[in-house]
Design a binder for this molecule. Sequence first.
Ligand code: ZN
Length: 306
Amino acid sequence: MNLLKVVQTFATEEQALDYLVKARWPEGVQCLACGHAKVYRIDTKGKTGKVCRLFECADCGLHFSATTGTLFHDSHLPLTKWFAAMALMCESKKGISANQVARHIGTTYKTAWHLCHRIRSAMQEANPDPLGSKGQVVEIDETFVGGKKLRKGVKAGKDAKITVLGIAERSGRIHLQRISNVQAATIRPVLAAHLSPNASKVITDSLPSCTVILPKETHEEVSHKDELRESGQVSSKTIEGAFSLFKRGVVGSYHKLSKDHLDSYLAEFCWRYNRRKQQAEMFDAVAAELVSKKPLPYKKLTREIF
Ligand SMILES: [Zn+2]
C-alpha cells in the first residue's frame, strides 16, 4: 500500500483501529493475560476525539486494547498519523528523516523522532536465511560512513569513520553491519552468520581477511580499478549500489545520522531493500511487527546513547 492508498483506506481512527485488531489477532481477539477468546468490547472517546477501544476479558476481567504492550503502547498520536508515517518510511528508498516526517504529519520533531524509531524497530530482519542459500552469487565489500565533521583534520576524520561490512546476493537480498575493524577475527563471525556455504561464488575486493576466511574454490577477487575497464561477471556492483544508496540516504535524508543509532538505520535500510519487489506487502508487514513487538519508550532510546 502506498501513502495515498493508506491515507484513503484509513481515513478515520476507527478504520485504523479495526485494521490493527485484525493484524494483532487474525483469528479473533484473545485475552492478553489468560488467552480466553470471549471478550467484551468497550468503546470510549477521549477529550481529543481519539477513539479508545478497550476489551474486557469475560474470564479474568482484564482490560486491554489492540495497542497494549505493543510498539504503539502509550502513544498519544492518532493512529492515522502513525499509519501515514509507516507508509512514508516504507516508501522512501533511501530513508526519511524525522524532520521530514514531522512536516508531513504535522507533529514536533521530538514526537516524529520517537515515532520513526519505533517504526524502525519494526523494520528489522528476524532470523533471515543466510545470503546465497539458494546458490546465488554473493558480493562482499566494506565501506566507511561518517566522520567528516566530528573533529577537525584528516586523521581525526578518518579515525571517526565507521566501517560497515556489506554482503549482497546478486539481484537479491543484502546485509549491512557495522564492524569495529576489517580483521579476519572480526569478519569471520559475521560471515558465519550471514553467508551461506551454498553460495555458488563469493566476490570480494582485495580485502585480505576475506582471502583467509573464504574457501578458495568459490572465492574470486575483484580490483576496483579493473572493474571500470571490464564488465565481466566478476564485479561487486550490487553491494556498491546498496552502499551508495545508503550513503545518499545518510547525506540526503538524515543529514546527520546519530552514530549511536547507526545499527538500527542499517537494519531498516536492509529490511526495505530486501522487500523492494514486494512494495505492496511492506505496510502490512510493518504493521504486523508493530503489534507483535514490545514497547520502546523514549527514555530507553535516549538512554542507550550514554
Ligand atoms: Zn483473561
